[in-house]
Design a protein around this ligand. Structure first.
Ligand SMILES: *Cc1c(COP(=O)(O)O)cnc(C)c1O
Length: 432
């Protein structure tokens, strides 16, 4: 039932995505440029033109702890909406960390351990990625050091605890232990942090040590590819082809992971990405070369970006607070291969509560974006009488995010309308 291959969509695209550029030479980077950060097997996957890549036995053995994940029909949600639409959801919250992130954390830890690496560094927003990597490192005997965005470090103390239980060291970012963090703290001692800043810190530490590498939980081609186990399973589990696949997008990995196999197998299936109004990379960002981090250590990637200096408001969907977007998905968006919409924080939590009261699972703040869009689509179908088949990604549960639900239920939660000046200002900082 667990697929034996990951699916690489790149050879099936009409054109490949533009290459990452070296920030000094502005030339496409080669494998050697990435070697200080990633092991060769992952670099090879990043640029692979093979359609299918076999999942190693050691990775399958760990996947088997929670995969295949369940696919459900949302009968009770449908009934509550009175919709003729048929709604299915693929639930990734059954993993040890409670989200889809271990699908890539496990192979990344495996390939690093195989290459003789001793320690992995990374950033985390909501703590979902940090706890997934900490779990994966524990499986393969690696050390793990995590920079956690300050806003989440304060809002989500139990994610921090979970990382420590799995054996990781956790810093609030910006931190005084790196040059990048020290510089930001000097300018803004109260900085709530951002994924871009935390990436700078983790990359700085990995690049400086011979036995240390860096792991990224989203955005990169190999991460999206590892996540296709979700869609490959769903293809086999679904009794009918979906008309529409809906997923939330932070860096794009859970959406791509569920959707890509359907693009390959079904000509009728449409895709829709949902992002927060507070961090709208697809719908209000620019398609341009930009850094993946705030300090400008990473290669330049062509992507939908709000600018590497952009610090989003501290919405509770910490996993969706990234200034950029997967370059692969950005390229496909430019090719018109899917749609994107943005939703506000409160309508998303409203959808999360509605889902919990009907289907029972309390969704993480990130997938409430996909659920808000799913519910809106199901209500449109009610108007038109259309029996649309909708598949959505329920990519994690909210057991560590209940404080956010408390804020919503008590009426304290706000929406953050993002003024155009703030986007324009951040985009002014794009590299020339
Ligand atoms: C990290 C995370 C996201 C955002 O990342 P993507 O790469 O866009 O999937 C969304 N939902 C959850 C539960 C996450 O942990």
């Amino acid at each position: 039932m667990i697929p034996s291959n990951w699916y690489n969509i790149i050879p099936d695209l009409p054109s490949p995505p533009p290459p990452p550029l070296h920030p000094a030479t502005m030339q496409p980077i080669g494998p050697d440029d990435l070697a200080p950060l990633f092991p060769m097997e992952l670099i090879a996957q990043e640029v692979s033109t093979e359609r299918f890549i076999p999942i190693p036995q050691e990775v399958l053995d760990v996947y088997r702890m929670w995969r295949p994940t369940p696919l459900y029909r949302a009968h009770r949600l449908e009934k509550s909406l009175g919709t003729p639409a048929r709604i299915y959801y693929k639930y990734e919250g059954v993993s040890p960390a409670g989200s889809h992130k271990p699908n890539t954390a496990v192979p990344q830890a495996y390939y690093n351990a195989k290459a003789g690496v001793r320690k992995l560094t990374t950033e985390t927003g909501a703590g979902q990625w940090g706890s997934s990597l900490a779990f994966a490192c524990a499986q393969f005997g690696l050390e793990c050091e995590v920079w956690m965005v300050r806003a989440s470090y304060d809002q989500k103390p139990y994610r921090r605890s979970l990382m420590r239980v799995y054996g990781a060291t956790v810093h609030a970012s910006p931190s005084p232990v790196t040059g990048a963090g020290t510089k930001i703290l000097a300018e803004d001692p109260g900085s709530t942090g951002s994924l871009g800043i935390a990436i700078s810190e983790a990359v700085e530490v990995a690049a400086a040590a011979e036995d240390t590498r860096y792991a990224l939980g989203s955005v990169l081609n190999h991460v999206l590819m590892h996540q296709t186990v979700i869609g490959e399973e769903a293809l086999k589990q679904l009794p009918e082809m979906p008309d529409l696949v809906i997923g939330c997008t932070g860096g794009g990995s859970n959406f791509a992971g569920l959707a890509f196999p359907f693009l390959r197998e079904s000509s009728k299936t449409k895709l829709r990405a949902v992002e927060p109004e507070a961090c709208p990379s697809f719908t209000r960002g620019r398609y341009a070369y930009d850094y993946g981090d705030t300090a400008g250590f990473t290669p330049l990637m062509k992507m939908h970006t709000l600018g590497h200096d952009f610090v989003p408001d501290p919405i509770h969907a910490g996993g969706l607070r990234y200034h950029g977007m997967s370059p692969l998905l950005s390229h496909m968006y430019e090719l018109g291969m899917f749609e994107a919409v943005a939703r506000s924080q409160r309508e998303c939590f409203e959808a999360g509560v509605h889902f919990a009261r009907t289907e029972g699972i309390v969704p993480a703040p990130e997938p409430t974006h996909a659920l808000a869009e799913t519910i809106a689509e199901a209500l449109r179908c009610k108007e038109t009488g259309e029996e649309k088949v909708i598949l959505t990604a329920l990519c994690g549960h909210a057991h560590f995010d209940l404080a956010a639900y408390d804020r919503y239920l008590s009426g304290e939660m706000q929406d953050f309308a993002l003024p155009q000046e703030r986007i324009d200002q951040a985009l002014d900082g794009l590299p020339g």
